[in-house]
Write a protein that binds this ligand. Structure first.
Ligand SMILES: [Zn+2]
Length: 455
């Protein structure tokens, strides 16, 4: 069991009292935090690694609540398109993916998430090309290699073009196949334990790419197996028009009719919500993954993050897939959450600390892991980001939270997941960044060659 001692740093705990220490310490013991507080760390702990963290800020590791890891190999497509135009351009490319492409792309995504302070991430993979191998196992292997805590969801699409859906028929699956594969994923991979590094969720893609039958049966399966439910919802006005036309309902009313409201459900985006939809989410404990950069990249709008929080909805942050957010840096989402909330709702719409809370405890609540991660407290898991704030980009900003949230992304002195180092002095510990970059380029080129050969 390893012990790490951080000494002499500012500490923002994000605990219930929102305690902060201008000069504090934090001690990890194995996978847990064993001490955190004001002043110097205890001296001479046997076998401990002491880290001089002066000039740094320690925060809980960031929690990413929405992503499509495989998209790291398909960035820069339809850069000026709408969501539906962008999807239509990308579906044929994604349809040629296989497990090897997904593993290399996911390693790239996960590596960059770690470099932006993320310690726990979800994934939403909904493209399972025939003959492409086990893409879910491939991304799980990538997360193990990089060292992040991982909540992949088994996504799905069963409503192809010929049945009135948006995706081409060759990327959709049959409902029985989907449910069997989802159950198999839970059996094989899901770990419900306290310090679990791997939990599976169930995630049909969106109202315009899956049938109501699949949504109902997926919810029944998830509840029988006590895993969480995730989908895209209320991302664009096109989606709202689609739901009104096909179901005579708003997206949230439609999901309500299928059993998709509840404390085990989180929606990605939740941009176009009316007051009644926010009230329904609050009343049922349904939560949201706010993805400001992706929503802006696709011109979808600005989510009502403040209104959701005021109503009592748990809101986490997400980078969304790399194809609609080429940066995919989670700390950037914290900054964008502040800027976009204020652009929408004025200077008091969101404080820098509330934005950081969304990126940490908010995300932990969205994933149902608020007792395990999301804050720096004795007994919780040792997921810690240590940001260096004593160099040119931040040196004169007295408030470390303002420096972190409003300033340029700082170097990461140390990133711990379950007490183990994943990033040290801005370098990945478990994988080689240059090798990962080379592999991503190869995967992307080989994928595009396969698409070219097919068309
Ligand atoms: Zn998405």
């Amino acid at each position: 069991m390893s012990t790490t001692v951080l000494d002499g740093c500012s500490v923002v705990t994000m605990n219930g009292a929102r305690a902060e220490f201008a000069s504090g310490h934090l001690v990890t013991d194995g996978t847990r935090i064993s001490a955190v507080g004001e002043g110097p760390a205890p001296r001479n702990l046997e076998g401990a690694r002491y880290v001089d963290a002066s000039g740094c800020l320690a925060t809980p590791g960031l929690v990413n609540t929405h992503h499509h890891l495989y998209q790291w190999a398909t960035r820069g497509f339809a850069v000026d398109g709408t969501l539906f135009e962008w999807l239509t351009a990308l579906y044929p490319v994604w349809g040629r993916m296989d497990a090897e492409t997904v593993q290399l792309a996911a390693t790239g995504s996960l590596a960059w998430l770690a470099r932006s302070g993320c310690t726990t991430t979800t994934d939403h993979n909904y493209v399972f090309p025939r003959g492409g191998g086990d893409v879910l196992a491939a991304e799980i292997e990538a997360a193990r290699a990089v060292g992040l805590r991982f909540h992949p969801t088994r996504g799905s699409m069963d409503l192809g073009e010929s049945d009135g859906g948006l995706p081409p028929d060759n990327v959709v699956e049959d409902i029985d196949e989907i449910l069997a594969a989802t159950e198999r994923a839970i059996d094989t991979h899901h770990d419900p334990s306290f310090d679990s590094m791997l939990r599976i969720g169930v995630a049909p893609c969106s109202p315009f790419s899956v049938t109501g039958d699949l949504l109902v049966q997926a919810a029944e399966l998830a509840r029988a197996r006590e895993v969480r439910l995730h989908t895209h919802l209320c991302e664009t006005l096109d989606e709202e028009d689609y739901c009104r036309e096909h179901f005579k309902a708003t997206p949230v009313e439609y999901m309500e009719s299928l059993g998709w409201l509840g404390p085990d459900v989180w929606y990605a985006h939740a941009v176009h919500l009316d007051d009644a939809s926010i009230a329904k989410m609050a009343k049922t404990g349904t939560s949201a993954a706010h993805c400001p950069s992706s929503n802006a990249r696709l011109g979808s709008g600005i989510a009502r993050a403040r209104d959701m929080r005021d109503a009592g909805v748990a809101v986490g942050l997400g980078v969304d897939g790399a194809a609609s957010n080429e940066a995919c840096a989670l700390l950037e989402e914290v900054r964008h959450a502040v800027l976009f909330a204020r652009a929408r709702g004025g200077p008091r719409a969101l404080t820098v600390r509330d934005a950081l809370e969304m990126g940490t405890m908010g995300g932990a609540r969205v994933l149902g892991r608020q007792d395990e991660i999301g804050s720096l407290e004795t007994g919780k898991l040792a997921d810690v980001a240590v940001w260096r704030l004593d160099t040119l980009p931040h040196i004169d900003i007295a408030d470390p939270v303002a420096a972190l949230v409003l300033g340029a992304p700082p170097p990461i002195e140390l990133l711990l997941v379950n007490g183990r180092p994943v990033v040290e002095q801005d370098r990945l510990v478990n994988v080689d960044e240059e090798t990962v970059a080379g592999d991503v380029l190869k995967a992307s080129r080989s994928l595009l060659a396969r698409v070219g050969a097919q068309s």
